[in-house]
Write a protein that binds this ligand. Structure first.
Ligand code: LLP
Length: 422
């Protein structure tokens, strides 16, 4: 995103043009920025640990065009469900380029996961006997809860530690791998995903140390090699202006150092280092453009826009901050204004007060920043307010990559029993 005078552009395209052509609310992604973000992480980590591979956690942004960009850059896919595996396959990823890290899987999930031939990453020891009923994967990984996690988004996305639903308790990790080895599994990996959006560089080596202590002992005791260790995602981005960014080089160098040190300490054959970032690749490469439809002078001044909790759930769900720009008015005097969407829910009043241009008026365009991760993917249909369109910008080119939903989409897959039709 950039300013041309007081006008906002994404890539080289003014947001006025995008809004005119595709309507609002509109998700817009910048292809060049996604590529740059990927390369930043890839270069930082492979500089310190060359045997490094990344998987894009497709849950953050599941548009096939976006997943294809990351595939072209060299990423595999991290999938949370069978449908996400199908999405990965749809863009040409499969086998060991796909990790299946599902949670509380059904028998069907397990069967289809096995048949898909991707890397199975089990969230608990209790799933192993169920999996073995259907088949034996050649390679298996377990998601370890190393006992600690954190997140800038707070408890909501702290995915490890005593209050998390994810991963195997450290005391059960040895038994899990023993059971897998005794069942004849030949190749092993290990995984953790302890929290999302962390901008503290020292956190990454710290949790890496916790995981390596657990699996290092396992490797020694069972005499198994870990072909890979996957540290999950979690690389954070700043959301508030002035918030410090993650020092990626520091995170990479300290993590690689810890990884090497612990591998040596436990006499492990150096495993491949894997990570599954998502927010860092796409978060700041996506925006929502919305239009102000109405201004209300009530107890407060409130601007009603077509960006609401249905299109961007994070503020209402987690109290998350997303910065908002007003096209053409950023240099004007400011005033405290509330901002909300169009739903019949008061949580849709997602900015209670913010200093915004005092002259904010009907017809103005707002641009909401850092909406590329967990934006469209968490949007939903409610009040008949349907999901927005998605557009990909590459320099001066813009292409529609997902059509705006319409009424047919709203009633698709519904049936009215005949006795209700008279
Ligand atoms: N790997 C696994 C197994 C995950 O569950 C996740 C995200 C990632 C990788 C990618 O993590 P990242 O690099 O984006 O931190 N909806 C929340 C975030 C939920 C994160 C879920 N797991 C939000 O909007 O902040």
């Amino acid at each position: 995103m950039k300013f041309i005078g007081d006008q906002i552009a994404i890539g080289e395209i003014p947001v006025t043009q995008l809004a005119e052509q595709y309507g609002t609310p509109l998700y817009v992604y910048d292809e060049q920025k996604i590529r740059k973000n990927f390369r930043k992480v890839s270069n930082a980590f492979s500089k310190y640990y060359p045997d490094f591979k990344m998987f894009f956690a497709v849950k953050a942004c599941n548009n096939p065009a976006i997943v294809n960009i990351l595939r072209q850059e060299g990423a595999g896919a991290d999938c949370a469900s069978v449908n996400e595996i199908l999405l990965a396959k749809y863009v040409g990823l499969g086998g060991e380029n796909v990790m299946f890290s599902g949670n509380f899987l059904s028998d069907d999930d397990i069967k289809q996961g096995l048949e898909s031939g991707v890397i199975f990453n089990l969230d608990d020891i209790s799933i192993l006997p169920r999996l073995l009923k259907f088949g034996k994967p050649e390679m298996l990984s377990f998601r370890v809860n190393p006992g600690y996690g954190k997140s800038n988004v707070g408890e909501y996305v702290t995915n490890a530690g005593p209050n998390a639903k994810f991963g195997i308790h450290p005391d059960k990790v040895l038994d899990a791998y023993r059971m897998a080895k005794e069942a004849g599994v030949k190749r092993f990996g290990a995984h953790m995903m302890t929290g999302s959006c962390i901008t503290d560089a020292e956190y990454f080596p710290f949790v890496t140390g916790l995981l390596m202590d657990i699996i290092g002992k396992t490797s020694k005791e069972l005499g198994i090699d870990f072909e890979f260790v996957d540290l999950g995602g979690g690389l954070g981005i700043p959301y508030k202006p002035g918030e410090p960014a993650l020092d990626l080089d520091k995170a990479a160098s300290l993590t690689a150092e810890m990884f090497r040190k612990k591998s040596e300490e436990y006499g492990m054959k150096p495993p491949q280092l894997k990570m599954e970032p998502a927010r860092y690749f796409v978060g700041n490469a996506g925006w929502i453009i919305g239009r102000v439809h109405s201004i209300k002078e009530s107890y407060k001044k409130i601007a009603g826009t077509d960006v609401g909790m249905n299109t961007l759930a994070r503020p209402a769900m987690y109290g998350s901050y997303h910065h908002i720009y007003v096209n053409g008015k950023e240099n004007e005097p400011r005033k405290s204004i509330g901002l909300c969407g169009q739903l019949c829910e008061n949580t849709d009043f997602w900015v209670k007060e913010r200093d915004l241009p005092a002259s904010l008026a009907e017809g103005d365009l707002i641009v909401v920043e850092n909406a590329g991760a967990y934006g469209f993917g968490m949007s939903y249909q409610y009040n008949g307010r349907l999901r927005p369109a998605e557009v990909l910008v590459n320099g001066t080119q813009a292409e529609l990559i997902r059509a705006r939903e319409n009424f047919d989409d709203m009633i698709r897959h519904t049936f009215v029993p005949s006795h209700l039709k008279s």
